[in-house]
Design a protein around this ligand. Structure first.
Ligand SMILES: N[C@@H](CCC[C@H](N)C(=O)O)C(=O)O
Length: 312
């Protein structure tokens, strides 16, 4: 079976995108692994199938029914798979690239001011395009599974990475998919880190976790002259992939964890920035805490090339 694909990336977190507008492509884990293979296939951190939300509902994905109940306009669904063939609930960089792909297919006119409302296994997401060409995604609600105790302590997990003498404290953050964020003291510690092996997390997360290693870089004046913004540098080891050059949900988790740590250390939480720039090996994204408690992710999305692939 031959399928047409498009290769795209968001800050070098790269994806193979498949337009399954009729919703009849039954993608197996083996096919996903073949597509994502950097030697035997196209090569990518993940595979994204664009399909009708109604088709996923028909195939028994309960979350697709909920998406349509919450937002009937979310007619397209991002079916996200990690490079190892596993299904993931959400991908923040993937949503931006999905939006660029939907534009290329003529399904939405973001330059004309439309918004794309789409379904994911992590719920409904809304994407708009900013004047500079970045895509801004309302990622919806987020939470700390460890609750207020974890927020006050700044930790609810222990993380061990290759070469470390001792475990370091981590904070669990849920963006629809699971994350564990660990702070390192110096940018050199981040640069020297060996992420060829997945960091070990305790308690062991029931569905695995993405692990973000971060160095808070402080605050700087906002470009519009109003208040300050925060800055964080991050590397990430993704569940189902390995180290990647960026992770959008991971950038949100990193900014939210650093903000949580900052809030715990000051008398006036309102003084802590709500906007954070997250530097990743593949570029930079912006994370903003919205007034309604949702988190927004903004950054670039690029489509690079298209082709045909034999999946048989
Ligand atoms: N790169 C993505 C996250 C992809 C899914 C992740 N590996 C998981 O299993 O949760 C992003 O940009 O958010």
């Amino acid at each position: 079976m031959t399928v047409r694909f498009t290769k795209g990336h968001g800050t070098q977190n790269d994806f193979v995108l498949l337009a399954d507008t009729r919703g009849d492509l039954d993608l197996t884990p083996e096919q996903v692994r073949l597509i994502a293979d950097r030697r035997g296939g196209v090569g990518a951190d993940g595979v994204i199938r664009l399909a009708p939300t109604a088709a996923l509902a028909r195939s028994g994905e309960d979350v697709a029914d909920k998406v349509l109940a919450d937002a009937p306009e979310a007619i397209w669904f991002m079916d996200y798979r990690n490079a190892d063939g596993t299904v993931a609930e959400m991908c923040g960089n993937g949503v931006r690239v999905f939006a660029a792909f939907a534009e290329s297919l003529g399904l939405v006119d973001l330059d004309g001011g439309d918004a794309l409302v789409l379904g994911t296994r992590g719920g409904v997401k809304r994407v708009v395009k900013e004047p500079g060409g970045w895509y801004a995604v309302d990622m919806g609600p987020w939470y700390l599974p460890g609750g207020t105790d974890a927020a006050a302590a700044g930790t609810d997990a222990l993380v061990r990475a290759a070469g470390w003498d001792a475990a370091r404290p981590g904070l669990t953050v849920d963006l629809g998919n699971p994350h564990t964020v660990v702070a390192l003291p110096r940018v050199e510690d981040l640069a020297d880190l060996d992420l060829t092996v997945a960091p070990a997390v305790e308690p062991v997360p029931p569905h695995g976790t993405n692990v973000e290693l971060v160095v808070p870089l402080g605050e700087e004046p906002a470009a519009d002259g109003v208040g300050t913004v925060g800055r964080v540098r991050m590397r990430v080891h993704e569940r189902g992939v390995g180290e990647t050059r960026s992770c959008g949900t991971g950038a949100c988790a990193a900014a939210l964890a650093v903000r949580t740590w900052a809030v715990a250390g000051v008398d006036d939480p309102a003084a802590v920035p709500t906007t954070w720039f997250v530097e990743v090996p593949g570029g930079e994204v912006r994370v903003r805490l919205l007034d309604d408690g949702h988190v927004e992710l903004a950054g670039p999305a690029e489509l690079v090339f298209s082709g045909e692939l034999d999946l048989t």
